[in-house]
Design a protein around this ligand. Structure first.
Ligand SMILES: Nc1nc2c(ncn2[C@@H]2O[C@H](COP(=O)(O)OP(=O)(O)O)[C@@H](O)[C@H]2O)c(=O)[nH]1
Ligand SMILES: [Mg+2]
Ligand SMILES: [Zn+2]
Length: 358
């Protein structure tokens, strides 16, 4: 047992300092260590709280402004705000970054959010529940360097939530799974361990699972619109259309996100390995380093399937994520290579032009 001896110490309980405005926005040593005292006054730190077409909405100590697009920043980023030249505001090095391959034919990487401490992967105790999707989100969080927590909403609509929780815990022994009713006060209490002062949490998951409802519960308001669910497919319609940070009364920062129809992984090999350590360990024991685990001799993965120690469905999900990640990442590398070649072409053309002028 840990006794509290503070009452016997001189001065009693140590005086607790009020958090500063910046600390309430998530500021801390990871960012403070990147700047010196001078920069702190000439270019005050501000956090990107929303991204609009017209620019970045930033908040700081006594600042709430929209700066024109320019800095390559996303919601959650910290900028050193240059009032004279807002477009040149410096983006501070991130603690974490969530990104995906942008939907559509282009292979651009889209930045989703920066400096998130905990990702709540949200699904519900109904048809939305899907193991493959949970693994995908958890891999994304692991890759981003963020602690994931699985939330199973709508416990009130099911007779027995236990099978859902059990299934969700199979995603990873490093990821807790919690079932809850997203409405009312319950979430603030259940999620208190993760939603502390100065911490930033994000809700990710399909549309209609209760992300905005959870955000409202943490904020203690009904500030964010939620949407009635369509009975036919257990999904809601898209109500949340933009990514925005909100501050809870307790000083936690919350990001509600719109449901992303397509969450394609890119550059997420490590995150995927972290979700499937068993398969990765087997693969390391295959005879050939480039084993495709299809027909090769002495394949440890095929052997594990054979002796029932590996679930073929799990193997199939791993293959799918791996293939997708390889495709998106390779195309990205190719694209970068193309950009480099094009850049060289432009530079040599410019040089030829300036040489001619001489
Ligand atoms: N019964 C019940 N309804 C919920 C729960 N969570 C969300 N809902 C409802 O599901 C619908 C979609 O919720 P919403 O928060 O908009 O989902 P989002 O698209 O993930 O932001 C709304 O009608 C909510 O009231 C829950 O735990 N229990
Ligand atoms: Mg929403
Ligand atoms: Zn193999």
């Amino acid at each position: 047992m840990v006794r509290d001896y503070s009452a016997f110490l001189p001065g009693g309980t140590p005086a607790r300092r009020e958090p500063t405005a910046l600390e309430r926005l998530g500021w801390g040593p990871a960012f403070a260590s990147q700047i010196d005292a001078d920069a702190l006054t000439t270019t005050p730190p501000v956090r990107v709280v929303a991204v609009h077409r017209s620019g970045l909405q930033v908040a700081g100590d006594g600042t709430l402004e929209t700066i024109p697009p320019g800095p390559e920043a996303t919601v959650g980023d910290w900028l050193l705000y240059d009032r004279e030249r807002p477009r040149s505001s410096r983006v501070l090095e991130r603690k974490s970054l969530i990104k995906r391959r942008a939907p559509g034919t282009g292979r651009e990487v889209q930045l989703i959010a920066a400096n998130i401490d905990t990702v709540f992967v949200v699904t519900s105790c109904n048809q939305d529940f899907n193991l493959a999707r949970l693994e995908r989100y958890v891999a994304l969080a692991f890759e981003a360097g963020i602690e994931p927590v699985i939330l199973l909403t709508k416990v009130d609509l099911t007779d027995d939530a236990a099978p859902y929780v059990e299934e969700a815990r199979k995603v990873s022994d490093r990821v807790p799974a919690v079932a809850l009713d997203a409405r009312a006060e319950e979430p603030a209490e259940t999620l208190a361990d993760w939603c502390k002062l100065g911490r930033t949490v994000a809700f990710l998951g399909s549309s209609g699972v209760g992300k905005s409802t959870l955000t409202n519960a943490l904020l203690g308001t009904q500030a964010i619109a939620t949407q009635g669910i369509r009975e036919d497919d257990a999904r809601g319609r898209h109500t949340t259309t933009r990514r925005e940070l909100h501050a809870t009364p307790g000083g936690c920062i919350v990001l509600d996100t719109p449901g992303m129809r397509e969450l394609q992984l890119t550059d997420a090999a490590t995150g995927i390995s972290d979700v499937f350590p068993d398969i990765e360990a087997l693969a390391a024991r295959c005879r050939f380093a480039d084993c495709r685990h299809k027909t090769e001799p002495d394949c440890a993965i095929l052997a594990a399937i054979e002796d029932d120690s590996l679930d073929p469905a799990r193997l199939a999900r791993w293959r799918k994520l791996q293939a997708e990640d390889a495709f998106n990442s390779a195309s990205l590398a190719e694209r970068r290579e193309k950009d480099r070649t094009f850049g060289k072409l432009v530079r040599s053309a410019m040089k030829a032009k300036s040489d001619r002028k001489r």
